[in-house]
Design a protein around this ligand. Structure first.
Ligand SMILES: *Cc1c(COP(=O)(O)O)cnc(C)c1O
Length: 435
């Protein structure tokens, strides 16, 4: 599989290059230049196929020029000591649970695969790398867990002091080892600016081999396609009629990964993009006009994105044709009140606690039902309710259980380097830490 920039289709690069570069030199995003036909492979998977086994065969089938079969299986084994799970609430509502990884959210899948293939890449070239990233909470913890103890990789994560939840802060600051947490006296925007400035500083970039691991990296996107195929293989005997995947969306990486899986031959009738009040994409689907705006803060804050970067990739897949996009993708936006109402309703009627993002997904399905035939919906449960306990408690009156692997972090000591919100301060941290 080769990759080209969304802005210049003519130059294509292989997987390791796209992976290592992250963003294409022209500022575009890498996307696959062809759609491999994996229909036969996908139809060969069934309920007994383990997630690791499936990821191994998919990786081998997608990148035969980069990995041998054995290498592909080793990557899958190392990247995925955790697995998605499929559960069902009614005969027409299923969950694809993506919160069984170390940080209890779906970003673990992409981050872990990326960390694994990057470690291999660096071993093969003899290079080292420093991952530099800013987080407002969730992305950073998935990256920190995924890269922890990886060889030849240092990770520096900037987060805004006092603006992440206590649990999120513990997730960033208790791993230590090759993970350095920098507590910035400033906002998330300051953290992002400092990271950008560091990447633009040739001396810093060269000296520390700065690399990003952000969600636009193709090495994070591709493995997210795998769990859609897993859901299909688990449910295929039960899904006789139409079915759709509903994807709680912010930056639209997750949804794009599902559409890729469909392009490779995984059956699906529709995708339903569920957003919070940041409704640029549902609006686009309705009107054909895309109007990015500054993001709005909501209770489903991992989806607070006003100008989703993967929109460019999604449009590319559909030849930039509004009609083509709408033939496959539906959209629905929910307000905070609707998200809370749905959390309450599902607690009352089904005794399940939904995280606010998953709740937006369930809400979208309930609303779309009126327009759909009686098919089934598979909602991607993007995070564990225990990660968002304040919001869940506020909506339902219930304290969600906090998974053991998160709860035990609360007792560990926080270790962070305090820094001012300037590039100079970041430079000092890097020099102190790595010379
Ligand atoms: C990141 C995130 C989302 C949004 O996913 P995108 O790929 O950015 O659309 C949804 N839910 C949770 C819990 C997240 O962490």
């Amino acid at each position: 599989m080769q990759f080209a920039s969304t802005r210049h289709a003519d130059e294509s690069v292989d997987f390791p290059t796209a992976l290592h570069r992250g963003l294409a030199p022209d500022g575009g995003l890498y996307h696959p230049t062809t759609d491999p036909n994996l229909k036969t492979l996908i139809r060969g998977f069934n309920r007994d196929t383990s997630f690791v086994e499936m990821c191994g065969s998919l990786t081998a089938a997608l990148f035969p020029e980069t990995y041998t079969r054995e290498q592909a299986y080793r990557i899958a084994e190392r990247a995925f000591p955790f697995s998605p799970a499929v559960s069902h609430l009614t005969d027409s509502l299923y969950f694809l649970e993506l919160f069984h990884g170390p940080s209890c959210a779906f970003k673990d899948f992409g981050a872990s695969f990326l960390a694994t293939v990057m470690e291999d890449y660096l071993a093969s070239t003899g290079e080292r790398a420093t991952i530099l990233t800013a987080t407002s909470g969730d992305t950073g913890s998935a990256v920190a867990h995924a890269f922890h103890n990886k060889q030849n990789i240092e990770v520096v994560i900037l987060y805004p002091s006092g603006r992440v939840s206590p649990l999120q802060e513990k997730q960033l600051t208790t791993l230590t080892g090759n993970i350095t947490a920098v507590e910035v006296q400033g906002s998330f925007d300051d953290c992002q600016r400092m990271v950008k400035e560091a990447f633009l500083d040739p001396e810093l970039k060269e000296r520390y081999q700065l690399t990003s691991a952000n969600s636009i990296n193709i090495g994070r996107l591709i493995p997210q396609s795998f769990y859609y195929i897993y859901a299909f293989s688990q449910l295929r005997e039960r899904l006789h009629d139409e079915f759709l995947f509903c994807v709680p969306s912010g930056n639209f990486g997750n949804l794009t990964a599902g559409v890729l899986a469909w392009r490779w031959g995984m059956p699906a009738n529709r995708f339903l993009a569920a957003t919070n009040a940041n409704d640029e994409v549902p609006k686009y689907l309705e009107s054909g006009l895309y109007r990015p705006r500054p993001s709005i803060q909501t209770i489903a804050n991992a989806m607070d994105v006003g100008d989703p970067s993967n929109f460019e990739r999604l449009m590319q897949i559909f030849g930039n044709e509004h009609m083509a996009v709408t033939s496959m993708i539906l959209g629905h936006s929910s307000s905070d009140d609707e998200i809370r109402d749905t959390m309450r309703e599902y607690w009352t009627h089904h005794q399940v606690l939904l995280c606010p993002h998953t709740s937006a997904g369930v809400r979208a399905v309930d609303q779309a039902r009126t327009n759909l035939s009686d098919g089934a919906a598979v909602v991607l449960a993007t995070a564990h309710a225990g990660k968002f306990s304040e919001v869940v408690k506020d909506a339902t009156g219930q304290d969600p259980e906090i998974p053991e692997r998160l709860a035990k972090l609360l007792d560990l000591p926080k270790q962070a380097v305090l820094a001012e919100n300037t590039l100079e301060a970041l430079r000092n941290v890097l020099v102190d830490r790595f010379g």
